[in-house]
Write a protein that binds this ligand. Sequence first.
Ligand code: C2E
Ligand code: CA
Ligand code: CA
Ligand code: CA
Length: 277
Amino acid sequence: NIRKPITGAGLREVLANVPHTTKAVRESDLNNAINTDRLFLTFQPKVDMNTKAVTSAEALVRWQEPDRGLIFPDEFITLAEQSGLIEPMTYQVLDLAVKEAASWKDKGFDIAVAVNLSAASLIDLDFPMKVAQTLEKYGLPANQLILEVTETSAMIDAQKTLDILTRLRIKGISVSIDDFGTGYSSLVELHRMPFSELKIDRSFVMDAHKDKDSRIIINAILGLAKALGLKVVAEGVETQEHWDFLKDAGCDIAQGYLMGKPMVSADFTAWVQDWKS
Ligand code: C2E
Ligand code: CA
Ligand code: CA
Ligand code: CA
């Protein structure tokens, strides 16, 4: 099973044939993209399972490079975190998302916007004030903003994060625990954090119709969330089967391809009009 290392022309040939999705991204390119507005947002609806109302939309970042096409966040969030570019990126995403939500409000839509945070924001004590400034800049009420935080990033410095999340909650901003069930945090620790919403990770939803353990986990998460007074969102709802199971289980909100994929601004507002009628 031992192979000779590939070098020279052979290596160039191998690299040229690497599939589209594994192309490397560079820090200088990402820095450039941030400074020249080549990052943009797509919006994916979250729908109330009882009323079918669109309660919010998650902002999901994309990177457009003229010669390389569309780059998805899984390819550059880690680089952004490692290089420190996550901080300017997060503020740019926040600004774009709040601006967008303010425009929905002007159109008469009652839809909150959800923004993903990385660990860096959860140790930045200036973050709550900067969020408040952004809301003020666009005249968006605080209750129209949701910040999504993974359990893993919340536990890096739990004390500081608790402080930051509490300041955000006092301002009226909602905080959601993302990808729930995939981290290693204890329920005791999580319970101290002022979350208002819990998102069940897609991996459990995906398997729920064919795997008993996934169903048991979903039911347990729902029981726990209800006891703690949290709204529950299921991610990755792709089929009617997923929807039916989750609705019967008592899930509040659904997000996934069944309702809508992440869409650019104009497509999202058209989708909302269509969904309502
Ligand atoms: P996430 O927060 O768990 O976001 C949900 C991901 O699942 C999105 O991938 C979305 O497009 C995808 N998805 C939604 N519904 C379905 C479905 O029904 N089926 C399947 N198979 N997938 C679905 P995306 O947009 O590629 O984002 C990946 C991750 O990148 C996000 O996972 C989030 O952790 C991160 N991310 C995205 N935007 C930002 C951002 O602005 N800031 C930060 N820090 N992270 C971001
Ligand atoms: Ca998220
Ligand atoms: Ca998620
Ligand atoms: Ca996820």
